[in-house]
Write a protein that binds this ligand. Structure first.
Ligand code: AMP
Length: 459
């Protein structure tokens, strides 16, 4: 036993077993630093990014503080975006598997409020939500937080950036002062200090060593003006053949333009921008993360909270003005010990931005003037998976296991042919091997799941 093993912590054996089944054997650095503090009930201010294992760093302690028999909200996690809230809730559900009947509810904006009210009436132990919507529920009297023992502010800096300070304050004011307050933030601007000073008691401060070591990310800048950017992008994608690439543009109109250019070269891509409906955004992110889509073209706003470990390439079609945004963009690749590539297409008018960005980086950015040319005969490979959407979800008591069961019944499909399954309230998405998508469609359409037939379609 080493001191990085979860078994070194004062946790019940059932949780250690649960963590083992999740494949968590060793603590990540942020977990090693935070868990002794959170398990001791102390307040914490932690500097950690998404991908560092921060959800478990607060989630494991949160579960230990729960009284499962008490049907009241005892844990509240505030997140800046619905995407992040959804990911956090999914991770918390995994961490709660060793306890019986723990209800975890997400309350986010952009979703109808009626079903949320219905779910709240049934009681929940943990609420994960965005500040605006959580406050709406408090106003309506559909949520009470007077039994909260653990409050988590996740990506607190982004919540403040997004203008949630007032909502957060109003929400915290309805929780007991005896609560434990855990604040996670990637950066420490002054307003975070103020938030901590106002709502935390003697917080212990920890900083995770930066896991996005820039040396793991090869950075190159191609000097090319606007007329050459599309062809250069296509040539680079043909050369690198990424499994998953995020392509950043500064505006949504440019995202659309580049999606059109890529389509003309045979590349399938999905656009993600802030004006899209939440449902559509969720769907795109699901397709990208379950490997049904290799290329995602995004603006910075839309890519917030996008937490996908396996991105092997980031391309900046436009350079951001702020060097910190560049760092954040390229930090989406080279995660979890993998190597990554970050390429930028830099027009003559952007060279100053490049200089500023280079100056702020510890690792060098290789500048390349010789532009690669696309091969007109190249045919891009399709994504390895295809997604089926099932018109049923948690509200219909659908679970991932039911979907796996329906797909594998009859023996035409094996567990290995099935990829990620995401069950939402009313829709479930299942990724299957592309060549088996027709088989899977027929299989799901011709069978009942939990005694019901659901509409199913390929995305
Ligand atoms: P997070 O930073 O919370 O978004 O976590 C990033 C990813 O790491 C998630 O997919 C977790 O399931 C996974 N993870 C968290 N803790 C561990 C651990 N100790 N060992 C292995 N994987 C982990």
């Amino acid at each position: 036993m080493t001191d990085t093993a979860f078994s070194a912590l004062p946790l019940p054996a059932a949780q250690i077993d649960n963590l083992r089944t999740l494949g968590y054997e060793q603590m990540t650095p942020i977990q090693q630093l935070s868990l002794p503090i959170t398990l001791a009930g102390q307040d914490l201010i932690a500097q950690a990014k998404t991908g560092s294992g921060k959800t478990a760093a607060f989630g494991i302690g949160l579960m230990e503080a729960l009284q499962p028999r008490l049907f009241a909200v005892q844990g509240l996690v505030l997140c800046p975006t619905r995407e992040l809230a959804t990911q956090v809730a999914a991770e918390l559900r995994r961490l709660a598997r060793y306890l019986d009947n723990i209800k975890i509810l997400t309350l986010c904006g952009g979703m109808p409020i009626g079903p949320q009210i219905g779910s709240l009436e049934h009681g929940a132990h943990i609420v994960v939500g965005t500040p605006g919507r959580v406050r709406d529920h408090l106003r309506k009297g559909t949520l009470t937080l007077d039994r909260v023992r653990t409050l988590v502010l996740d990506e607190a800096d982004r919540m403040l950036d997004m203008g949630f300070a007032e909502d957060i304050g109003a929400i915290i004011d309805t929780t007991p002062t005896s609560r434990q307050t855990l604040l996670f933030s990637a950066t420490y601007p002054r307003d975070i200090e103020a938030l901590s000073a106002r709502y935390q008691r003697d917080p212990q401060r920890v900083t995770a060593p930066d896991q996005h070591r820039p040396v793991d990310i090869a950075q190159r800048a191609y000097l090319c003006d606007e007329p050459d950017k599309a062809a250069t992008l296509i040539a680079l994608l043909q050369q690198i053949e990424p499994d998953a690439a995020v392509i950043f543009c500064n505006t949504k109109a440019r995202c659309d333009d580049y999606a059109t250019a890529l389509k003309a070269a045979g590349f399938q891509s999905g656009v993600l921008h802030g004006d899209m409906e939440q449902r559509e955004r969720d769907q795109r992110i699901t397709l990208f993360s379950n490997r049904s889509l290799r290329l995602l073209i995004a603006t910075d706003v839309a890519a917030r909270g996008l937490d996908i470990d396996a991105v092997d390439l980031v391309v900046n079609v436009d350079l951001p003005r702020d060097p910190a945004v560049y760092t954040h963009r390229i930090g989406r690749t080279g995660r979890a010990g993998r190597s990554g590539t970050a390429l930028s297409l830099v027009g003559a008018k952007e060279t100053q931005k490049l200089e500023r960005i280079s100056a702020a980086q510890t690792a060098p950015i290789e500048v390349i003037a010789q532009l690669p040319q696309p091969d007109p005969d190249y045919r891009p490979a399709r994504a390895p998976m295809r997604t089926l959407a099932i018109a049923g979800g948690r509200k219909n008591k659908l679970r991932p296991g039911d979907i796996v069961g329906a797909l594998t019944a009859g023996g035409r499909m094996q567990g290995d042919d099935i990829g990620a399954i995401a069950v939402g309230d009313f829709t479930a998405y299942v990724a299957v091997k592309r060549e088996l998508s027709e088989v899977a469609l027929v299989q799901l359409k011709s069978r009942t799941i939990k005694g019901k037939s659901f509409r199913v379609r390929k995305l």
